[in-house]
Structures are given as C-alpha cells and as structure tokens.
Write a protein that binds this ligand. Sequence first.
Ligand code: FES
Ligand code: FES
Length: 555
Amino acid sequence: MPPAPAAAARLSADPLIRLRVDGADVEVPDDDLSLLDVLREHLQLRTPKDGCSPQGQCGCCTVWVDGAPRVSCVTPVRRLAGREVTTVDGLPPEVRQRWADACTQVGASQCGFCTPGIIMRLAALGGPGHDGARGVPDAKVHQALLAHLCRCTGWQTVVEAAHLAFEGSGAADAPPRDPVAAARRAAIEGRSPQRVGPEVALGAGSFADDTAPADAAVALPDGSGGYVVADSAAEARAKRHKVQGRRTTIELSHPVVVPPGSWMLTLQTTWVEPAYVEPDASWCLPGGEPASPCANGGAFGGKRHSPLPEVARRLSTEHQRPVRALWSREDVVRLGPKRPPIAAGMAPDGSGVLRVGVSGDGPAAWWEELERAVARVAPGLSVEPFAVIGPPVSGDPRGAGWAEAAVLAVCASTVGSSGPGPHRDVPVEVVAPDGGRAVATYGSDDAITVSVAAGEVLDDVTLRSYCIGAVHQALGWVRSEGIAVDAEGAVHDLTIRSFGIIPARSVPPITVIIDRDGGGEPVNGSDAVFASAAAACWLADGLVPTWPTRTTGTR
Ligand code: FES
Ligand code: FES
C-alpha cells in the first residue's frame, strides 16, 4: 500500500478540519473546498481523478466516506470532520490486489482514468467490510455503473472484472501475458503510448496532472482566449469567469446540407464530442519539456493536437516557475475539437459526395489526410468542405470522415444486393485505411459479433478489450451521441452526461473473434471494428438518414 498522506501543513488562518484519510489523521484548512480538492491538491493523493468537477457526473473521483461510495468533487470537506475517507490507495491490500488483477485479466482498464473510481464503487457492493461477496447480479453492477463514465472499454469487460473480483478468482487463474506486447497492442489501438498492468487500474497511469510538482502554479482558460494563473486550482477557478456546465433543451442540429443528386442512401450527422474522460492537462518547468496530455492514452486521436503543452511551456517561462495548464470539462467541450458533422449521398454504383462540416477558416492540416483515407475506403466518393458555424472540428477523432465513408459504402453495397432492409444477421466488412479488417454482424437477438484481423495479435486480452470498446463507441455514434450547438455556434451540451454515451445496462452482448490467419505486422484493428459495427447497427435500424437515430432515453 502507498504511504499514508502526511498531515497538511497549517498555512492559513482558517480553522482546521480533522478527518482520517486512508488510515492517517490529517488536518486541512476549512477553505470551502471539495473533498477532491483536498485529496488531490492538499494531500497530493492522485488516484482519485478529476474528470468533470464540479459536475459530479463522471464518477472518476469516487472514494469511500465511512465505507460508502461518495463522489468527492461535490462533497464539501467541511461536512467530513471526524469521518473516515478511503481512496483506492487505502483499500485493504487483498481487496486492492483482487480488483487490480480482475481488471487486468479481462482488459477492464485501458487508459485507466476512470478505473479507480469504478473500483471504489463496485468494491462497495461487496458486503460487510467490502472484502468479499458472491454472486452480485449484473443488474446491480449495471445500476452501480450508472454513476460512472468510461469511454474506452465499452463496459462489458468492467462487468466481467466485477464477476471475477466477486467470485474471488484472480491472476492465478489467468493465462500468462506479456506486458510489453500488451502495451504495444494498446498503443496501436489507442494510437498513443499506453501501459498495461494492475498499477494502471489502481490509478497510477502517470497522467499529466498526476505527475505535476506540488508547488506548480495552475493555469486555466479565462474565457476570452487567454489563461489565468494562480497559486492553486481553487484560486485559479475563483479568478476566472466561472462557466457552469449545463444540460440543454436545445435540439441537435444537422448543419451540413445533403448534396444534390439522385441518391440511394443519404446520411447527415451532427457534432460529436470525443468525450475522453481525462480532460486535457499538461505542466512544464521553466525551460523544460511539457508533460504530454497523452501520457497514458490519447483519446483515440482526440488529444492529438492539444494546445496545453505549449500553454504550459509559455506560462512557465513567463512566470519562471512550474505551471500546470488545465482544462475543466466545460473547457474541453467548448475548446476541444469535435468529430465534424457531415452530409452525404451515395448512388447505387458507389459514387457520391461526402460533405464535411468545417468551422473557422476552413479545412486545416488534417484535410488531406482525411481525403486520402476516404479514397481508400470509398473511392467513388468525392469529398468537399462545407462551412458551418460551430465549435472547432478535426479529422483526429476516431476514423473521422473515413468511417462515415466506409459505412456508406458497405451499406450501399448491402442495399444494392439485398434490398432496403432493415438487415440483421448480415456480415458487414470494413477494411480500414491502414489495413485492419473487421466483419461485424448485428444479430436478430440484438447481440453483436465482430471478427477482427489486425496482423500479429500481440495480446488477445488487449485487442478484445479495444474491439468491445469500439463497438460501444459505434453504437453510441449511430444511435445517441451528439452535442447541441446554437445558431451562433456556441455549444450548449457542456455536461459529460449530455453527450449521449450509452450506459452499461444498454450495451448488447458483444463477441469478439480474433482472426489470426493473415498474421504479418500488427496494425490497428479496432478502428475497422468501429466502422463495421456502426454500419451493421445502421443496417439493423433501417438506415435512418440522420444520426443519432434514437436519442430518447439516452440523452
Ligand atoms: S470529477 Fe467528480 S464526478 Fe467527475
Ligand atoms: S479506461 Fe475508462 S475512460 Fe479509459
């Protein structure tokens, strides 16, 4: 177990609050702070994560208070005098180990940002003392997971890990794995360096804001293009214009107009939030190299061009001290690039036009890459930019542009050969631009099967986990995800719950078959799964021409 937190130094004139954290007595100033602020900022405990504070919606900051799970970002520390707080660091060693092994064994933790909070929630289902329970039903696990968000895993492996942990089986039953090969597969699938192992599940993924020096200043966007810099996160929040996240009643819009033509299939989509759970963060020492916001996972491309490393570098030089540059959840939604809205038409012969919504000054550096990728998967489609008023967009989020093109091409081919549908039990194949191949089938029983060929497998557990996560993302993309944008281009869906991500209890059973026949160099397989599963879902749902197709009950 990591060392117990040291008692906080008495630095302010405020009265002290005394509580126990992970078995140690601590005193913290009564500064009107949340428990999460106290844990991360005062006590330097970095396993509870901040994915959305103060929204209280992602669950990443979940800890126990007197043995019951609590979302620490909305828990005022003032109410906790004399109480017992437990983070994942303070769990009994055998409980920690059991959950870490269970998550590792089935690939229930990819980037790992959400996992410590999920472990704290699920371990609390384990009965008296939370150290053992048998036969916790799926429905109870699903209910508990409603308080959490995971963008990577697609939930199924999380539920599997819960069963393993509750049944008491663990690493001893698991076939041996090569952590280096697993990390290599994870990096290929996530398109960013990633560790694989029990320490990641326990919150030690070395995310940028977890490795920042304790004495670093904090920089936050000021709402007008600059950054406020202060000694602490609480001071920086107080200094800047406060923008509280909210859920909107504004409807989703489809700003790109379908190109004129005589089409067999048309598709219109809206802006989609990449919705990675770890907000952008970096830090830098004066004259040093900034920490990467992609230290353990790159949000499937979503953080590829995060501006925060350069912000941290510049401000650390300006202020001649270490600086943490952070985005809150609302900042990520307002400032981070979205999957662009599109509109397209495709004729029976596979020819057609794909319009991609671009805001600001028009197509940027990613445009040529997008055109090349579309040409690989749907050579009959011409691609054209379409000016829209809205948040920044990019070709970086998973398969942006080419996955839409691939979906149109395979669905048009199915309609051409088998009629307008709906179609279930039909295998749908997509070969991604970099060679990964996937065949997805949406069954009459609502179960989804995907077969994936991605060269040398390296690690079955990791590849399977990423493919399940890709199916989950695909279903959300087709059916429920999108963010509302008003006529002036302002995003209104600022809370993490409003993005339309499908909860654990609504994910159908997913079976992954790994096709080893081709062998060869390992390539990304889950992006092909993402596109093929989206196509299979769209065919199953009857090719409704606007996405998301079903928002009721999910947004
Ligand atoms: S950070 Fe507390 S719920 Fe998201
Ligand atoms: S593993 Fe859950 S958000 Fe990445």
